[in-house]
Unconditional design. Structure first.
Ligand code: GLP
Length: 241
């Protein structure tokens, strides 16, 4: 039962539901009780129950499916922003099964933006790979990497469907990714992105631009990634000096 007092009723219901979700009492993918059932059980108005649910949907604990109801969402992936890691190792560290679909791989001339990031002349040929990244069969991100080093054209022969780019660069080509600059930006999914990521057009996504450096601060990779907004949360520790 809800308490009377200063804590709003919608907030109390929200906390009750949140605890059932985070405590594992309600498993991911299962439907939650209908608004009507929640109203009856907790003696609330429909508006109040709806507000609790809407906030939990917006925060990623629940998701709605049109005509079907409201369901418990899979917990988001918390991605730290402190250490330089690659997708494969990130997923393996979470005991998730990573998979990759190579959408395109080719040698392309650097445009002005990429040339500046990689500190090369525009027009220089680079290896470019566009990949759909999945975990446990679920699409999470679309990543486009442009890679430059002497001999980068040999990457055309690598099996990037089954192998990690970072591991290949380090183990086979002696180009370990050591540091990176990264920027994050909120955007809305376009039609093609939405189709690949299995989300709705206009759903929130995160665009991440990364420039990766190898030994002696030499730029190695310029990558643009599009991550599903409903699957990721980013974490960083801040110090006040
Ligand atoms: C991350 C980065 C990409 C990088 C990738 C390498 O997802 N955002 O810039 O290309 O990791 O992942 P993997 O080593 O699995 O190919």
């Amino acid at each position: 039962m809800l308490k009377s007092g200063p804590v709003p009723r919608y907030y109390q219901l929200k906390e009750i539901i949140r605890q059932k979700v985070t405590g594992g009492q309600w498993a991911p993918g299962t439907p939650i009780p209908s608004e009507r059932e929640l109203c009856e059980q907790y003696g609330l108005s429909r508006m109040t129950a709806r507000q609790s649910i809407t906030e939990l949907v917006n925060e990623g604990y629940l998701y709605r499916e049109q005509g079907k109801g409201t369901f418990v969402a899979q917990p988001k992936i918390t991605q730290q922003l402190i250490q330089l890691t690659g997708f494969t190792e990130d997923m393996e560290a979470r005991a998730k099964h990573p998979a990759t679909q190579v959408l395109k791989h080719e040698m392309v001339p650097a445009d002005a933006v990429v040339a500046t990031a990689l500190r090369i002349k525009p027009g220089q040929l680079l290896f470019r790979v566009q990949r759909l990244r999945l975990a446990n069969g679920e699409p999470l991100a679309i990543e486009t990497s442009l890679v430059n080093f002497i001999g980068c054209e040999h990457l055309m022969d690598e099996d990037l469907e089954h192998e990690s780019l970072y591991q290949i660069l380090e183990k086979k080509y002696g180009q370990p990714p050591l540091e990176a600059d990264q920027e994050l930006e909120a955007r809305l999914a376009g039609e093609e992105e939405a189709r690949l990521l299995k989300i709705g057009k206009g759903d929130p996504v995160l665009h991440i631009h990364r420039t990766t450096y190898t030994d002696r601060n030499q730029p190695l990779e310029f990558a643009k990634s599009i991550y599903r907004g409903d699957k990721y949360r980013f974490y960083t520790r801040l110090n006040r000096k």
